[in-house]
Ligand binder design. Structure first.
Ligand SMILES: [Zn+2]
Ligand SMILES: [Zn+2]
Length: 300
């Protein structure tokens, strides 16, 4: 769910960048502009469910909401550890604010300063990898991906081999052969190939990135959430400011084999995202504009 979709300053309808991903009841937050915690309240999502926060870069519009959100977690009696990932300087920033405001978090905050190329297991079965992007300050994009899911069980075939749904099938699904009526049944006889897990890429603010596919490390992804601050008529300005046009975003989506491209981080000059969507749609067949509180599936 998008919590904020505007660039640099909030507008009446769009808050500052924030994106939250829900996986089996746990939340992962990407960027935390001012107002992010208000949007979480509006969406009925508890900050206590946030296991980890990923900050793309230390521009204020992406990070000024973080101290307030952490303070609210404390007010709501959070005791569970929190992980915060971001570029160099994020630990200092948090410490300075906490010290100046005499705030001591009542739970552990593990701040991990990234440099690109790392992978972290952030939830059961879910990983996040970090890649460098091109902005005016040190900035990183994040790829969130799920471990492959076990293949589908052919229940009919299993029955014919004398295996009813139950623990034996569970073993087979985990790749363990089982013995039935004096015969060894191998997993591949009744279980299909493992299915890829979901993959989502979030670039944060960036100019077009050379070799994006190699940096991300996947041949295809479900969802790409990409900077689309401007339309192509402002291409020069976009690139100088470390941003992309909607067309740049579409090119990235094609390169990554993204099934869905979500444009976000819109300049306040666009009253409607329609020109951005139609520009990107010239190159990519499945483009949507992010809206605050827009909810989308992460597996397509
Ligand atoms: Zn920004
Ligand atoms: Zn920025």
């Amino acid at each position: 769910m998008f919590l904020g979709t505007s660039a640099a300053t909030p507008t009446r309808y769009r808050g500052l960048p924030g994106l939250v991903l829900k996986y089996r009841g746990s939340l992962l937050l990407f960027d935390c502009g001012e107002g992010t915690q208000h949007r979480l309240v509006e969406a009925g999502l508890s900050p206590l469910k946030i296991k980890a926060i990923f900050i793309t870069h230390l521009h204020g519009d992406h990070v000024f909401g973080l101290p307030g959100l952490i303070q609210s977690m404390a007010m709501n009696n959070r005791r569970e550890d929190l992980y915060v990932y971001g570029p160099r300087g994020i630990a200092d920033m948090l410490e300075t604010v906490f010290e100046a405001t005499k705030f001591t978090p009542p739970f552990n905050i593990h701040v991990v300063e990234v440099g690109g190329g790392e992978k972290f297991k952030v939830l059961d079965r879910v990983w996040v990898s970090v890649f460098p992007v091109r902005h005016t300050v040190e900035a990183y994009g994040y790829t969130v991906y799920e471990e492959p899911r076990p293949g589908k069980v052919d229940v009919e075939k299993a029955r014919k081999l004398g295996i009813e749904p139950g623990p034996l099938l569970g073993l087979l699904q985990r790749g363990i052969p089982v013995s039935v009526g004096g015969r060894l049944v191998r997993p591949e006889e009744v279980v299909g190939k493992p299915r890829p897990g979901f993959r989502l890429v979030y670039t944060g603010d960036t100019a077009p990135i050379d070799g994006l596919r190699k940096l991300v490390g996947f041949d295809s992804v479900d969802v790409l959430v990409h900077d689309a601050t401007f339309t192509s008529e402002y291409e020069l300005e976009a690139h100088e400011e470390g941003h992309s046009t909607a067309f740049d975003a579409a090119r990235a989506a094609v390169e990554l084999g993204a099934k869905l491209l979500v444009l976000t981080h819109f300049s306040a000059r666009y009253k409607s995202p329609e020109p951005l969507v139609s520009e990107a749609s010239r190159l990519h067949p499945n483009v949507v504009a992010a809206e605050d509180l827009l909810k989308l599936p992460i597996r397509l």
